[in-house]
Design a protein. Structure first.
Length: 114
């Protein structure tokens, strides 16, 4: 699974944990969620380092500007390379229970764990 999918998976797992499931199923979801959160934290740290490397904090103090020629392009290239990195996520989640859920939430990424 690519890192970009792992980051999306984290959001799905958070939503899934709010569904009516057995405690044992929630336990498995929690374990996978914790591992995706670690990947999220690592990604955020590396993205922030890249922002500081290639960009300059804007006057608003919230966003970054890329004044050097090619700096935005290099930032995007580095970020894309990172998001395409293959990540292994181990899971013991019971997909039968997820398939039976009556919900409007589109669980698209979680099924990649099968």
């Amino acid at each position: 699974m690519k890192l970009a999918q792992v980051l999306e998976l984290s959001n799905e797992l958070a939503q899934l944990n709010s569904e009516k499931l057995k405690m044992s199923d929630k336990w498995e979801i929690k374990k996978v969620f914790e591992s995706t959160q670690k990947h999220q934290e690592d990604f955020d740290k590396l993205r922030n380092e890249a922002l500081e490397k290639y960009g300059v904090l804007a006057e608003d103090g919230k966003s970054f500007e890329f004044p050097k020629e090619g700096s935005l392009k290099q930032f995007n290239a580095d970020l894309t390379e990172l998001l395409n990195k293959e990540i292994e996520v181990k899971s013991n989640i019971s997909f039968d229970k997820i398939d039976e859920l009556e919900t409007d939430f589109p669980y698209n990424i979680i099924h990649l764990l099968r």
